[in-house]
Design a binder for this molecule. Structure first.
Ligand code: MF3
Ligand code: CO
Ligand code: CO
Length: 308
């Protein structure tokens, strides 16, 4: 077996990952004993794909529903209550509530909180904050998972830069998805871009396969890492892409008191956008686009900036 960072078998002198790796992985051809052994995951059936599409539509509606409430002065507890009620009123299930003991129906991650921030009546949004609202819903047994980071009032130039970089990181990740390519194509599209913008990609938390389970099958790395090298993208796979991007370094800490809240180790700001996607015959479909994104013909719309 040849690793991605080894010299290519063809003798070009380039690293394998910069030379024949993608071609080998896509064709499944064995060049000597060097072609990577790719892991395959069963595609969703037609019925399952429709279930995922419906779940994605609702989760998008939920994000648009909560959008106007994300303003200075609201508490994350109130946001949680709105999301919980809207979900239940539509006959669906908030997936976060009770997931491995998680106590609320949404994750609300403010400023230096990377992910899994727990809504609280003591946590008010203030002018200048950035906050990620991460919603996951079970619709007729199928999960959809998406999030956006919101800028409250006027935020610093560096906070705005971070939010825009994290939005573009998600779009670049989605654009990299093509059947036949290794899953690693996503990380290859995200990490060099993020580093070039002076930000970093969190390593400890990843995207994930999703379907009739919240976190299923495989991890979707956003940073370049050997472990995800051998998963191949095939039509019918559904997973999330959700790069957590820090203004400082990538290391994070887990709050030992609540067992959930993840913060940047250096206290820097963190931002994230997430969509659930379906791999198609020629690329991917973004299942969790919101009605406002669909109306604008984009996959993300951040404070007037369109990410097509
Ligand atoms: N929605 C998160 C994700 O993107 C997971 C939240 S798990 C919870 O994977 F238990 F914290 F809600
Ligand atoms: Co997710
Ligand atoms: Co999520």
């Amino acid at each position: 077996m040849i690793n991605r960072n080894d010299p290519c078998w063809c003798g070009s002198g380039k690293k394998y990952k910069r030379c024949h790796f993608f071609e080998d992985a896509a064709s499944g051809k064995k060049n000597g004993s060097t072609a990577p052994r790719m892991k395959e995951f069963p595609p969703k059936t037609m019925k399952e794909m429709q279930g995922m599409q419906r779940a994605g539509v609702f989760n998008g509606e939920l994000i648009d529903f909560i959008r106007p409430y994300i303003k200075a002065g609201i508490s994350t507890e109130e946001i949680n209550t709105f999301i919980h009620r809207y979900t239940i009123d539509h006959g669906h299930i908030p997936a976060c509530l009770g997931y491995h003991g998680y106590p609320k129906s949404v994750c609300t991650s403010i400023n230096n909180v990377v992910c899994h921030g727990i809504p609280s009546k003591d946590a008010l949004l203030h002018d200048g904050d950035i906050v990620n609202i991460d919603c996951t819903t079970i619709v007729n047994g199928y999960f959809a998972d998406s999030s956006e980071t919101f800028m409250i009032g006027s935020v610093s130039a560096e906070a705005r830069h971070l939010v825009m970089v994290s939005a573009e990181a998600l779009i670049r990740g989605i654009d990299a998805v093509k059947p036949g390519l290794p899953l690693a194509a996503i990380a290859e599209a995200i990490e060099p871009f993020v580093l070039s913008q002076g930000c970093s990609v969190v390593h400890q938390y990843t995207g994930h396969g999703i379907g009739k389970k919240f976190h299923e099958s495989f991890s979707v790395y956003h940073h370049i890492d050997r472990e995800c090298d051998n998963v191949v993208l095939r039509p019918g796979m559904t997973f999330t892409i959700e790069p957590m991007i820090n203004l400082g370094g990538w290391p994070v800490t887990l709050d030992e008191n609540d067992g959930w809240t993840v913060r940047t180790a250096d206290g820097s700001l963190s931002s994230q956008f997430e969509h659930t996607i379906l791999v198609t015959a020629d690329g991917s479909e973004t299942l969790t686009r919101t009605p406002s994104q669909i109306a604008a013909g984009v996959r993300l719309l951040v404070d007037g900036t369109a990410f097509v």
